[in-house]
Design a protein around this ligand. Structure first.
Ligand SMILES: Nc1ncnc2c1ncn2[C@@H]1O[C@H](COP(=O)(O)OP(=O)(O)OP(=O)(O)O)[C@@H](O)[C@H]1O
Length: 181
């Protein structure tokens, strides 16, 4: 009962905040839908502690700084995701814990079509896991390696998307930095 009341209050507070903002109507609807999606997900997670065994591991689709990224299938729903695995000892050794925490929080918080969606995050003794939407096109680096040169129109499109992505994270008080120690 308490949970339902708190959920209603969060929705009411968001609606009130949006009503006094200049966020376009369509985006307001999306933000409210997004809150509802997160609330439902949260309730589901409260009932069941999700772990790596809930996923069938498929092919490796990339390598990150702290481990592999795999295609995976959630056993219960059959849904496909990208699973990014981060080795904790490696993150600690390279002093990157706060960066990774910020990445996880940012992905969980920011609702933008230009930012990859994070559906779950969990950990075991050795790894952190980020379960994200699977983006079959891969990243910019892969695109540049494949295409070598982009036409002006294509370059404009990706630059515009990057600007929108960076703007959406700034709105949540995160800054984007491309360098790592
Ligand atoms: N959601 C996703 N969908 C599809 N492929 C992905 C996804 N996330 C990551 N990948 C693939 O895995 C690779 C590594 O992921 P990512 O860049 O997020 O790791 P990282 O630790 O930030 O790596 P780095 O710091 O070296 O860029 C990407 O270059 C991309 O090819």
């Amino acid at each position: 009962m308490k949970n339902i009341q708190e959920r209603k209050e969060r929705r009411w507070m968001l609606e009130r905040k949006l009503a006094s903002s200049d966020v376009p109507k369509e985006e307001q609807i999306n933000l409210i839908k997004d809150l509802e999606r997160k609330e439902t997900e949260f309730m589901r997670l409260k009932r069941h502690k999700i772990c790596v065994d809930d996923f069938e591991l498929l092919t490796i689709i990339g390598r990150g700084a702290f481990g592999e990224v795999r295609l995976c299938r959630e056993k219960k729903s059959g849904d496909i995701y990208a699973m990014k695995k981060l080795k904790k000892s490696e993150m600690l050794m390279r002093g990157q814990v706060e960066h990774v925490r910020a990445e996880r929080n940012l992905l969980a918080e920011v609702a933008s079509h230009c930012i990859v969606k994070l559906y779950y995050s969990f950990q075991d003794a050795e790894y952190l896991y980020l379960i994200m939407e699977y983006l079959p096109g891969g990243d910019m680096m892969t695109l540049l390696m494949r295409e070598d040169t982009l036409t002006e129109n294509v370059a404009k499109f990706y630059i515009a998307q990057s600007v929108l992505a960076i703007e959406s994270i700034h709105r949540h008080n995160y800054i984007h930095s491309t360098t790592r120690k």
